[in-house]
Write a protein that binds this ligand. Structure first.
Ligand code: BYC
Ligand code: FE
Ligand code: FE
Length: 475
């Protein structure tokens, strides 16, 4: 299953054998490139960047590392191979052969899922487009480009499905992907988090830790789909996703490490003095975590969702690692504990598992967020600093679902509007915090040099030495 790079659109889906589809995608390609030039990474023309490119979909050896001149990156369409005799693993169609074509009755539902997934990919590129101008090091500059080109490729992945399986409506949806824009008041991106700003590198690291991780869980659920082309597409996207979350975890980790070093050198944790030394104080980091975690929790949808129940029943979107779960995979009479507001308290209540599919996925996600945070906390402890980060309560700062119209503290206490107004600045970054973080954003591009607020990476990309390697060459 090697990928053919001799064609205009690199692919492993035999595009050359389907002239109509090939022509349709070749007509979309220049629109994508226009979008990339206008709303992709700012000021990167002619940068020579050390990037990985997919060369096969085999788990081993799928990636090739080399310098790529920025506009010449080759976005392609890569799908995992079909498995012989693969069966649908959940929902009404459990046990039937997976579908290689779209079942007529699920056409609009599937299209909507694919459009929602696809919409997030270019949205994130738009959100991050100015960050190259203030990169903390060449290593980080290279990493953000890597994420951006791969999110661009994820858009290609969804656009391929739309063109290949949804005819004219699919082509129209593919065009609309380039017409909605992050934060656009008239044509915003579909999901909330993708209309927020990513104005600085701390936000970028938080985004790749918390929001790309929603990508992992959503893609994993779609990778279970009875519609096999979607499942196989998402399986390959997940291979790329690991590195995005790695950038998030190590990025936030390096910021924390630098703050710990500064606190040890100064012999104080006084936030003002940490800031004066050019590092980010721990309370500010906690506020950024609170923000990105809560905004990402909204991406899982409502706790009780008939949409999610239908997706599951119709065998279109499964649960995380569906085949590893030991139950009937139908959820006919299962229950799931769900957080709900009762009076002035938040309590756990058993609800039908079928309606709680979103909440169950959110539960998995929260556990996963906690794992990286535990690793950060371990490093803090080891460096002798008396501080531990904590995930806020899942009801904190939510817009969607059971907690969308109550105000809740990070510890899970329901607050009056007045108390929220008075106190939210303790929990979420305020303008002054954001202005401070922005003041740290200075471009550093000498090989091996690094900004004041972040520690150097422990390891380089593809075993290259981070202190000398020129990850990006400017010409
Ligand atoms: N913002 O029944 P509900 C990624 C809407 S990230 C705005 O709970 P459902 C990436 C909802 O659409 C992964 N609106 O909805 C990461 C619905 O609208 P209607 C992206 C929202 O469908 C970083 C209504 O509220 N992939 O890949 O069960 C960088 C009722 O809600 C939001 C996917 O999302 C929101 N946050 O669940 C790059 C997978 N939440 O019907 C990339 C595909 C809900 O009233 N999407 N609404 O008009 C889905 O599976 C589902 O659409 C959702 C929502 C899980 C998002
Ligand atoms: Fe993605
Ligand atoms: Fe990603």
């Amino acid at each position: 299953m090697a990928i053919n790079y001799n064609e205009r659109i690199p692919n492993n889906v035999d595009l050359a054998d389907n002239r109509r589809l090939q022509r349709a995608l070749e007509a979309w390609q220049p629109e994508f490139l226009n979008w990339w030039h206008e709303l992709g990474p700012e000021g990167t023309r002619n940068f020579d960047i050390y990037l990985r490119t997919a060369i096969s979909v085999e788990p081993e050896g799928w990636a090739h590392y080399d310098f790529v001149k920025m506009p010449d990156y080759r976005w392609g369409i890569f799908v995992n191979p079909e498995e012989a005799d693969k069966k649908i693993s959940f929902g009404e169609h459990k046990g039937e052969a997976v579908w290689q074509e779209v079942p007529g009755e699920y056409r609009s539902t599937l299209r909507r899922l694919i459009v929602t997934q696809g919409d997030t990919e270019p949205a994130s590129v738009e959100q991050q487009r100015m960050l190259g101008l203030t990169c903390p090091s060449l290593y980080d500059l290279r990493n953000i480009f890597q994420v951006n080109v791969e999110e661009g490729r994820h858009l290609w992945a969804m656009v391929y499905l739309l063109h290949a399986y949804f005819g004219r409506d699919g082509r129209e949806e593919a065009e609309a992907m380039l017409e909605r824009h992050s934060g656009d008041p008239d044509k915003p991106r579909i999901l909330g988090a993708f209309n927020e700003k990513t104005p600085d590198w701390l936000s970028f690291f938080m985004f790749t830790y918390f929001t790309d991780r929603d990508g992992k869980y959503q893609l994993a659920s779609l990778a279970e789909s009875g519609f096999d082309p979607l499942a196989r597409t998402c399986q390959f996207m997940l291979t790329e996703e690991g590195h995005h979350m790695f950038i998030g975890e190590t990025g936030v980790g390096r910021v924390i490490q630098r703050s710990c070093e500064v606190m040890s050198e100064l012999g104080t944790d006084d936030p003002e003095r940490v800031r004066a030394a050019g590092a980010v104080d721990m309370p500010t980091l906690q506020k950024f975590m609170n923000f990105h975690f809560s905004v990402s929790l909204d991406l899982f949808g409502q706790e009780a969702s008939t949409n999610a129940a239908s997706y599951f029943n119709q065998s279109l979107k499964g649960r995380f690692q569906e085949t590893m779960i030991e139950d009937d995979h139908r959820l006919l009479d299962g229950i799931w504990p769900v957080h709900v507001v009762r009076g002035d308290e938040i309590v756990l209540e058993d609800q039908p598992a079928l309606n709680a599919v979103n909440e169950r996925l959110r539960d998995e996600y929260i556990k996963d967020c906690q794992r990286g945070m535990t690793r950060w906390n371990r490093h803090i402890k080891r460096s002798g600093i008396d501080f531990q980060f904590k995930l806020p309560h899942r009801a904190f700062n939510r817009r969607i679902g059971n907690f969308g119209d109550v105000q809740v503290s990070p510890r899970g206490k329901i607050l009056s509007e007045a108390e929220w107004t008075r106190r939210h600045g303790e929990w979420l970054p305020d303008e002054e915090d954001r202005a401070f973080v922005q003041s740290l954003m200075k471009r550093v591009v000498e090989p091996g040099k690094i900004a004041s607020w972040v520690a150097p990476p422990a390891r380089g990309i593809n075993h290259e030495e981070p202190s000398t390697f020129e990850y990006v060459r400017f010409s």
